[in-house]
Design a protein around this ligand. Structure first.
Ligand code: UD1
Length: 416
């Protein structure tokens, strides 16, 4: 298993390009299941999760042509509406095939994603919404078995804001009969990017980006071209790495408009941030001020940036409180940060972080995707060597991370 060896203490300086968004690419790839033509995508990040999703679609009969950030997905030959456990278990986002398969094929058999390290993460809202649209769904042997002659538009109110739930229902609704209204919809930019792609495919969607999405069903969708939006979490992670290392960086191929809450917090920490068209520049202060954050659905502070802010608070001058409200078990990085000398106390969903002047390198273990990013940030700051184990988590969501960090001057090496 690969490990990452970091020699810390070097400020990140220079310019790096941000990749396409993982959390937009995954649902958009699934959208190709909805039409019998070719969907051409650009700015697709090369990530483990994207490869897994392509393998899954390939097994269903989708022809995948893959070349340098571009994908052509031809689902004319789709004949196996089945997502088996061995592929779904590694990536919860596989549940995103459920809505499109049901809408296009009238049936689907999709493994339940099962437990996940950061919390229980059930899919009851996906199922409830599809049932409201007339699908017959039962769960048997760990699989969701769904059937529907043609889905029917209806009004759906989700119990909580769910990102992939909103995406699954929006995709299913594009081919339903009549109008579907999704209330309490997720407002994440990735939902908007998916809606833009579906609209280019001929779907009739309004309200994406608000908490009320209306979809007028159509008989069929057609092929289209779409460029995936920039990854706002990768952007935020590099900004945090620069902030923590007293760096001075410019990130290109990204947009500050996607990151209001994160940029506000970095300014509160004392960073000078210049938002330019398609780029963000950050210059860190000699010592960061502590910043308290509370995670919540977009446009509030993202749970996917919580671990990275915990890392920067570890070296700030004073104490901060980090409150996680989305996932019940998302502080696993704290114990690893403590191994590097951080002062963190956890009380249920609150973490009190008191900054220390310096962290010290050690061996640590990545436990999930964003937890891994926080360990990389801490390793870049720490004195001496940090060896991060289980970086397959990192490879699920950060494209060419060693190459990008090296370009910014970091001393980072993958150890096999
Ligand atoms: C997506 C993102 C993930 C991010 C998360 C929250 C993708 C591929 N992943 O995950 O990176 O951390 O949004 O911003 O886009 N819930 C239920 N029942 C459901 C659905 C969700 O109880 O049917 C709960 C979850 O357990 C969680 C909360 O709702 O507590 C939000 O989860 P959700 O927005 O669905 O997360 P994902 O879409 O899985």
């Amino acid at each position: 298993m690969d490990k990452l060896l970091i020699k810390g203490g070097v400020p990140l300086v220079g310019e790096v390009a941000i990749s396409g968004a993982k959390n937009a690419a995954l649902p958009i790839i699934c959208a190709s299941l909805l039409c019998g033509d070719t969907l051409n995508l650009s700015n697709v990040p090369r990530l483990q999760d994207v490869s897994t999703m392509l393998r899954l679609l390939g097994r269903m009969g989708v022809a995948v042509a893959d070349g340098d950030g571009a994908l052509a997905l031809d689902s004319r030959g789709l004949d196996q509406p089945l997502a088996p456990y061995e592929l779904v278990k590694t990536m919860r986002a596989s549940i995103l095939v459920l809505g499109p398969l049901l809408a296009r094929c009238g049936e689907a058999k999709v493994s339940l994603p099962g437990g996940c390290a950061i919390g229980a993460r059930p899919v009851d809202q996906h199922i409830k919404g599809l049932q409201a649209m007339g699908a017959e769904i039962r769960v048997e042997g760990g699989y969701v078995l769904a059937q529907a002659r043609r889905l029917k538009g209806t009004r759906i109110v989700t119990d909580m804001v769910t990102v992939t739930g909103t995406e699954n229902l929006m995709m299913a609704a594009t081919l339903a009969e009549g109008e579907t209204v999704i209330e309490n919809a997720a407002r994440e930019p990735e939902v908007v990017d998916l809606a833009d792609c579906l609209t280019a495919m001929g779907a009739r969607i309004s309200g994406a980006g608000s908490d009320r999405i209306c979809v007028q069903g159509v008989d069929r969708l057609h092929g289209a071209r779409h460029a995936v939006m920039p990854d706002r979490i990768e952007t935020g992670s590099y900004l945090c790495a620069a902030a923590a290392t007293r760096g001075d960086i410019v990130l290109t191929h990204t947009s500050a408009a996607l990151l209001d809450a994160v940029i506000d917090k970095l300014r509160e920490a004392g960073c000078a941030i210049d938002c330019r068209p398609g780029a963000i520049a950050l210059k860190a202060p000699p010592r960061l001020k502590p910043v308290s954050v509370r995670t919540a659905p977009y446009p509030a502070f993202p749970t996917d940036m919580q671990a990275q802010f915990m890392a920067i608070d570890c070296v700030a001058e004073g104490s901060a409180v980090i409150r996680e409200t989305i996932f019940e078990n998302r502080f696993m990085h704290a114990v690893e940060l403590i191994r590097l000398g951080a002062d963190i106390r956890i009380d249920a969903s609150n973490a009190v972080v008191t900054g220390v002047p310096m962290l010290d390198g050690a061996m640590v273990m990545a436990t999930d995707l964003r937890a891994s990013a926080s360990l990389v940030i801490a390793g870049l700051v720490a004195r001496g060597e940090t060896l991060i184990e289980r970086i397959y988590h990192l490879d699920r969501g950060y494209e060419r991370i060693e190459e990008k960090l090296t370009r910014l001057g970091a001393d980072v090496r993958r150890v096999r």
